[in-house]
Write a protein that binds this ligand. Structure first.
Ligand code: BG6
Length: 478
């Protein structure tokens, strides 16, 4: 029997990222960023998971769907009207750093870029929708990648500080909810997108990864402090990829291993950003692996002072672990590793579907941090079919979302403080890991295909009407 109720003022909405929706390649003086050199199709995942990427464009071999994406840059008014029709309270989006600082190193921000986001925020407000803004979502300026080695370099902190200050000053009256780095812990598995560099063939990945994280933690703390100073009434959170780690069985060695993976992947970054300190388990890890970080005077104090107001996280799947993985089938599609969980079904991309895992995640995170939580990504990537009459009957997506919303309701009843829910890809967009259009998450269908064809026309799917009712009933009508 259902006993939960979503609180009044719950922030229902949808989530996107600039590089996956905007297009507008080179327009308004926009500079090149990482997403611009990532190809579409299966080749992308190989690049993201193998060392040695050179960040060059090779048009003979690949296509680059992020250059056009779904053309939100020109169609944002139409799209925002559709979000409003669904009753969105909030819209999660990111700002493309290279629209504001085309190379990342300019002294002054680019007015055309600033103006574009002014227009988007104004349009959202016209419809009563609050923006939730990710400052950096997998789109570091390419110049910083090539000339500075991304977040390997301490100098990038200064460029980032200039960028966030420009945003907070310009949008102080327009944006109340901010987040620093998207899925910051994804740097462990996708350093290209998360940390702005490729691991080289000859190097051990952990030394540069932890050093880059340290630079991001300092940058994140600077952003939090600046946000609190410039926009005292705003809330600024971090953003992690959370996938609870289950032990495959009751063998204590497997349970311990699952705990270690849980701490390293899920909690390490959030511990620093929420509690303001490096946890003991990571110091032991560094000692045992000979990792020595360049931590400069004042860094740790800054990290302590710049703790976030809330934890934003994405939830798509759980992960099942055991020490000896050779005896089980690998959970390959999951990207975060582990073995197949015999109790779960997977999506067409092999991501294991686990709504109870969302309730577990919310409880785990709240037990640990005791700060408000915000589910800022969740959804089902699936192939959709347009019927002869133009309808798109995505019942599989409705089923997925319904079960996850119920899990949030249960977590609320468990006592978790939850601010809101922005499901991922509320409008079809370019997939981050595969660069496909065909991996669709939206309530709104976009007529655009992996071979580049399509009119970009928008259509309401069945889930569009369903989500509209969910929001209108504040989660009662599922
Ligand atoms: C998250 C990212 O990892 O998952 C998004 O923050 C991404 O950018 C989303 O799009 C879904 O992943 P994918 O690979 O299916 O696009």
């Amino acid at each position: 029997m259902k006993t939960y109720q979503f609180p009044k003022g719950f922030l229902w909405g949808g989530a996107t990222a600039a590089n996956q929706i905007e297009g507008g390649f080179g327009e308004g003086n926009k500079g090149l960023n990482i997403a611009d050199v990532l190809p579409g199709g299966k080749g992308r995942l190989d690049i993201l998971q193998s060392p040695g990427f050179d960040f060059e464009v090779d048009r003979d071999k690949y296509n680059y769907p992020n250059h056009e994406a779904i053309d939100f840059y020109h169609r944002y008014k139409e799209d925002i009207a559709l979000f409003a029709e669904m009753g969105f309270k909030v819209f999660r989006m990111s700002i493309a750093w290279t629209r504001i600082f085309p190379t990342g190193t300019e002294m002054e921000p680019n007015e055309e870029g600033l103006k574009f986001y002014d227009n988007v925020f104004d349009e959202l407000h016209k419809h009563g929708i609050e923006p939730v803004v990710t400052i950096s979502h997998y789109e570091m300026p390419l110049h910083l990648v090539k000339e500075y080695g991304g977040w390997r370099s301490r100098e990038v902190i200064t460029f980032f500080e200039r960028y966030v200050n420009a945003l907070f000053h310009r949008y102080k009256d327009k944006v109340k909810y901010w987040m620093t780095f998207n899925e910051i812990n994804s740097g462990f598995i996708m350093p290209i997108q998360g940390l702005g560099f490729a691991i080289q063939e000859e190097e051990d990945k952990y030394q540069p990864t932890f050093q880059a994280f340290h630079h991001q933690f300092v940058a994140s703390a600077i952003a939090v402090k600046a946000c609190h100073d410039i926009i005292p009434e705003a809330k600024i959170g971090n953003m992690i990829l959370y996938a609870p780690v289950y032990s495959y069985d009751s063998n204590p060695e497997n349970v311990m291993y699952a705990l270690q993976e849980e701490r390293m992947f899920n909690y390490f970054c959030a511990d620093v950003q929420v509690r303001g300190e490096y946890p003991a388990f990571i110091k032991r890890y560094w000692k045992e692996h000979g990792i020595e970080l360049d931590i400069q005077a004042g860094d740790l104090e800054l990290i302590k002072e710049g703790t976030v107001d809330y934890v934003g996280f994405s939830y798509y799947m759980s992960r099942t672990e055991k020490v000896d993985k050779t005896t089980e089938e690998a959970a390959e599609g999951n990207l975060i590793g582990g073995v197949r969980n015999p109790f779960l079904q997977a999506s067409e991309w092999g991501w294991e579907i686990d709504p109870t895992g969302l309730r577990i995640s919310l409880n785990n995170l709240y037990d640990r941090y005791q700060v408000p939580l915000f589910v800022v990504e969740n959804g089902l990537g699936a192939y959709d079919k347009v019927e002869q009459d133009g309808s798109i009957n995505d019942d599989y997506r409705i089923d997925f979302l319904r079960e996850h919303i119920k899990a949030m309701g249960e977590a609320l009843e468990d006592g978790v403080e939850l601010m809101g829910y922005t499901s991922w890809g509320c409008i079809d967009l370019v997939s981050a890991s595969s660069g496909q259009y065909s991996k669709r998450y939206g309530y709104i269908y976009v007529d655009k295909h992996d071979d580049g064809s399509g009119t970009l026309e928008r259509k309401r799917k069945k889930s569009f009407y369903w989500y509209k009712d969910v929001i209108a009933s504040n989660g009662e009508q599922l």
